[in-house]
Ligand binder design. Sequence first.
Ligand code: SAH
Ligand code: SF4
Ligand code: F3S
Length: 438
Amino acid sequence: MTQAPKKLFIKTYGCQMNVYDSERMAETLGASGYVTTETAEDADMVLLNTCHIREKAAEKVYSDLGRLRPLKEAKPGLKIGVAGCVAQAEGEEILNRMPLVDLVVGPQSYHRLPEMERAVGQGGRAVDTDFPEDDKFEALKSRPKAKRGPTAFLTVQEGCDKFCAFCVVPYTRGAEVSRPAERIVAEARELVEAGVREITLLGQNVNAWHGAEGGLAALVGQLAAIDGLERIRYTTSHPNDMDEALIAAHGQEAKLMPYLHLPVQSGSDRILKAMNRKHTADQYLRLIERIRAARPDILLTSDFIVGFPGETDADFEATMDLVRAVGYGSAFSFKYSPRPGTPAAERKVQVEASVMDARLQRLQALLGEQQRTAQETMVGRETTVLFEKPGRLPGQMVGKSEHLFAVHVQAPESLRGEIARVRITASGPNSLAGSLIG
Ligand code: SAH
Ligand code: SF4
Ligand code: F3S
């Protein structure tokens, strides 16, 4: 008699790298007999793949764990694990604070999940927050052949050596490591065989990838040679790692999409210096000019922090000026959140909450306006759309444009997973509408 599969529910917080890791964790636990499920209620194992970037994100994990208590009481065999960046930052502490947690696994050691799961099955608790010598990607199985959606993430670089003064990532993810090009190309081929048409290369500093001569631009070139792979994106980039070859690739490589997330965080040189970003506002603006010279229609996005310790009204106005000078397609903006162990958290000059709120509102209003403008300039233009799923209205499909806008189009469902030419006809609150051409 074959055993019924055990069910695994994974909740993912934080960045795309966690989304990718969650997929790989599910695949590796698949070898221990787990299939994924959509709800915690019918799971035999619940994994929270967590984010430590801001206090709110980290605290949410504890309230979600609290909500799992009745489930665990009703089903004592339920295994509960914490993975990701909170696991790395807090380790053993999580077991002390939350007796219902059975295992804690960091982002660089989750290839050991099957053994840890077995140990928990034998009544133990397990913690692994090593930065092991062995590469988890080499230990993980190759990707399953099963048919999948048309877009996929592919982690090519992990960790960060930049040590921005506000950021926990260098501590939770460890030092910068690049995966070798041949492994990445092999994984991309597996994804394409499974139906993927668009791959987003991921890294905390993806453009610092140095797995082969020529850096990320060379990797993009190798991937572009794969038949059936139609679109390539990458995120997140640091301004100081945008080299000439990568800028040039945006003008030369047709499969590289005209979209770039290039976080700047602040427009004030004083604050950029205190943040340890190692570039000025002017250097960033000149970099944007060079990128736009290579690819004039590129859509730029960014991240901003308001209320970094010591940020004055004048510093904040410099950020507003920089935003006006660039003209973004969209951007994320956050209130500064002091993180344990980071240099900025030690600074005496924290900005008052009400001041941060007011600045965030103004910045978001400006960025919202720019997003509307960016969307409206698309109206009347031709683009390609990669269709991903049916829309809410009958006969409608939704996909992403080259500039990563969601586009709603009247189109047959047979176009799912296909790329078609579309004329943009209207701009809505968070998406565009268009019609098929020819
Ligand atoms: N590696 C990327 C992004 C890392 S985290 C980069 O270098 O840009 C994503 C975003 O979270 C950052 O760009 C930053 O805007 C924000 N962030 C990071 N630490 C933060 C903190 N302590 N408080 C508020 N926002 C933060
Ligand atoms: Fe964090 Fe800075 Fe590294 Fe980005 S570059 S992950 S913001 S330390
Ligand atoms: Fe969060 Fe870790 Fe990503 S802290 S943003 S999940 S790298």
